[in-house]
Design a protein around this ligand. Sequence first.
Ligand code: PLP
Length: 567
Amino acid sequence: MQSEPRHPMFLSRARIAYFSMEFALEDGIPTYSGGLGVLAGDMMRSAADLGVPLVGVTLASRAGYFRQEIAGDAQVERAEPWDPSAHAQRLACKVMVAMGGREVWIGAWRYDVEGHPRRGGAAPVILLDTDLPENHPDDRTLTHWLYGGDAAYRLRQEIVLGVGGVRMLRALGLRVYRYHLNEGHSALLTLELLREEGGAAPAGELLRDAIEAVRASCVFTTHTPVEAGHDQYPAAMALQWLAGVVDPQVLQALEGTEALNLTRLALRLCGWVNGVADSHARTSRALFPGYDVHAVTNGVHALTWAGPAMRALFDRRIPQWCHEPELLVRALRIPDAEIVAAHAVAKQELLRSIAGVPGAQALDPQRFTVGFARRMTDYKRPGLLFTDLARLRAIARDQPFQVIVSGKAHPRDDTGKRHIESLHAWARELEGTVPVVFVPDYRLEVARRLVAGVDLWLNTPLPPLEASGTSGMKAALNGVPSLSVLDGWWVEGWEEGVTGWAIGADGDRDAGRHAASLYQKLEQLVLPAFRDTAAWAAIMKSAIARNGSYFNSHRMIRRYATEAYFS
Ligand SMILES: *Cc1c(COP(=O)(O)O)cnc(C)c1O
């Protein structure tokens, strides 16, 4: 391991090392695919604002995720490379991990997430990069594609992230107080900590003590409520790539001979585990019996996700709101006309920004606008709204509305891609009665405009598969209520007719009943409320006061700090 000059800024205090495969840092840095990365980015933004000493660790993902275009009705994936040297500072440190009989050298970049301008804080993120001339060509591309490649590529990426990440923290001279695993991708860091603790010997006292020491310093946040969503590798593959990192007997003692499951490893070696909403923690306890799973409901970074017009209004009426988002409870005092005006600006800005998208000419700023944007995958059920087109037409005859949708499907998710094609087909069928526009390339910038500019945020996952969901929280901050299945955060945020509306009954998984409920609420409750300006302003203010004040990342990081990091 090559240790070079230490970096004084890092040295000042012990930090929480926050490991995540993806981080949504800013527009133009495509090192994220969706909600997990946005959450990690918001976590760092709150850390920077509040002075919580985090250091993020991730891969440079130089080739990005992908940029989505639509050709015909189908998703086309374009490369989205980025240049770390244009956004981040190269660190003069390299570490080595032996993998599959080769030395893989890992360099690093440092990106500082800037906090609120008046407070001057910053939180560093370290981006690991194997694209170094001394590496074998196959290893140079290990940190290129986010969620790309086959299982072996993914495993090797996870070795770089977990094992390489810990070695990099050491080489930089950082003192680390806790390791926080944002999802199981970084679970292999526990093996490196185990090695450091002297746990390399086969099972016995030493291993048990080492495990206890590792458990005391690791926090694990699980995000996936389905067993199949967890990374798992055949034992032979794990041994092939991990032999240089961990004694095979230790791995066997930990994981058995069947397979390496990163979630199980994280559960075993992290002393504090949580799910990302109350309902998700309950699901996880059932999925992983014997583990004490806490609940820390996700949140979003208020300053990032409130649109410019709403932000200006909050600045005027609720000073300090972005440092203490709890103050948004006072949104109820804001005069109706000011909320309505701020939202109208956001809606116009949204329509202006998507004016070039096919079909957008049919959108009308006066018309009620439903927004639906998320990863296009089966469990999110993007087709639920379109279950009965005749019914939609009938509703729109008396109470016109329009729909804006957006979302990427993972390149290997064929079902997700078919959903995108179906959405385009339905849009054509509804032409002239219900305008439906698909905005390509869902990303931070698109999300910011959508959550601020639509009138209603629609959310239709199949329970209990939505661990939390965060886009509805972003909408609420902007006074946009949700119409949502009772899953994830909405179980906690939902107050019928006050912060939005529920689709279906709690615990019901029947798609037919969900669609019927969606149509009934839209026709009989949501659209009539929208026509009553005072009633709608009250709903907008309640969404901000009751949901925006709570489902923010300042509250989230304070809970991690008091319950997981410093307790
Ligand atoms: C917030 C966000 C997500 C996550 O939204 P969910 O409600 O959790 O599906 C995904 N992608 C982008 C670009 C986002 O901003």
